[in-house]
Design a protein around this ligand. Structure first.
Ligand code: ADP
Length: 374
């Protein structure tokens, strides 16, 4: 799907009626705010990830939505119902955790049927629904195995099947793929997204893995110190981060700090050493201190001898070269800008440590943070 379609989908989703509405939500542990006042809405059918480093409050926020953690303040609505004080079992949610938490003595089919059994479903309906969901998560042929006879990926698919079999209003997942090795993680991630699309179930996923969040989500809420730093589509977060934290947490960000100035019709960023860098057009406030973000793949590297032919360029020395297969990552240094990382689609490295190069980028590929937020 083209990225503009994804953005349009995400916009459509954001304009739909919210399934989850969180207002001024707080959870304090002693003097520490694990969740420090969060407002959040999740739309019907949306896949939202909560992304942040360890200790940022992700699991606490999910636990609050699930009803496993009691809030210190604020309100949680699911649908039009205030569930702030409603126990987890009455919130109509399916839950999946990192540890699969399957019943070891029950078969795959028995584990998946369990939520239906506790809800008093009749045998025939139960059998039909279990078969349907086993098909959906592609566990056919494994119905009668015990969890210990399954791989980690298969066990997690059983846990996901068990979470959705009763048709919950919400699916909440806390680091569901963290225990899997990389290849399995990628497989289960694709399965999870496919399943979510098929069912249309509103989903909230907690993860510390930016690739996981980027590849599954309609929108991502980036969390730090119990607060949402930004909530947006993956492309908006990457291309238009709200602050330094978001810029640095999603991918590599070259940060260039200076003062905004006008030069005729153009805006420039004057670095501390006096060097002037072109700024993207926009409403940069002259005289204000600001930080420009330039992503590594936007930077062009040329031999230093070509430097004078480009409109603007910064002479640098290559200090490190790492071959990644799909790109070559160069670390370059120059006195006015410090260290900058450039990712180039070179089949083999074209420059070596010690080489003198000139770096350049299109002004519109820079993104200005209108604050000197640390
Ligand atoms: P994350 O899921 O992003 O790793 P958590 O929500 O687990 O973060 O934790 C956020 C903060 O709250 C951390 O500082 C953590 O130590 C603290 N915390 C979480 N649960 C408890 C608890 N039950 N008792 C005391 N402190 C807790």
């Amino acid at each position: 799907m083209a990225s503009h379609q994804l953005i349009n989908n995400a916009k459509q989703i954001a304009s739909q009626s919210p399934v989850i509405e969180v207002l001024g939500l707080r959870k304090d542990y002693g003097g520490v705010a694990a969740v420090a006042g969060i407002d959040l809405t999740v739309a019907e059918g949306e896949f939202l990830s909560i992304l942040g480093p360890s200790g940022s409050g992700k699991s606490t926020l999910l636990g609050l939505i699930a009803g496993l953690v009691q809030p210190t303040g604020g309100r949680i609505m699911i649908g039009s119902r205030d569930v702030t004080l409603v126990p987890p079992a009455q919130r109509d949610i399916g839950l999946v955790f990192q540890s699969y938490a399957l019943f070891p003595n029950m078969t795959v089919a028995g584990n998946i049927a369990f939520p239906l059994a506790v809800r008093g479903a009749n045998k025939r309906d139960m059998k039909a629904r279990v078969e349907w969901v086993i098909d959906l998560v592609r566990l056919n042929g494994l119905e009668n195995r015990k969890p210990s006879q399954l791989s980690g990926g298969q066990q997690q698919r059983v846990a996901i099947a068990r979470a959705v079999v009763f048709g919950p209003r919400l699916l909440l997942l806390d680091e569901p793929l963290a225990a899997l090795d990389r290849k399995l993680r990628d497989e289960v991630r694709v399965e999870l997204r496919r399943l979510q699309r098929t069912l249309g179930v509103t989903t909230v996923l907690v993860t510390h893995d930016q690739d996981e969040a980027m590849s599954t989500s309609d929108r991502i809420a980036v969390l730090a110190q119990g607060l949402i730093q930004q909530i947006a589509t993956p492309a908006e977060l990457y291309r238009q981060p709200a602050n330094r934290f978001v810029a640095g947490f999603l991918g590599i960000a070259n940060l260039l700090e200076g003062v905004v100035a006008r030069e005729g019709d153009d805006a420039v960023l004057t670095l501390d050493g006096g060097m002037k860098l072109p700024l993207p057009s926009g409403n940069a406030l002259p005289g204000s201190r600001a930080t420009m973000v330039v992503r590594p793949e936007r930077i062009d590297l040329k031999p230093a001898t070509d430097a004078r032919t480009s409109r603007f360029g910064i002479d640098c020395e290559v200090v490190d070269v790492v071959y990644h297969g799909e790109v070559v990552r160069y670390t370059v240094q120059a006195q006015p800008i410090g260290t900058v990382i450039a990712s180039c689609q070179h089949v083999v490295p074209r420059f070596s440590p010690g080489d003198h190069v000139c770096i350049t980028w299109r002004p519109e590929d820079g993104w200005l943070l209108q604050e000197s937020e640390k």
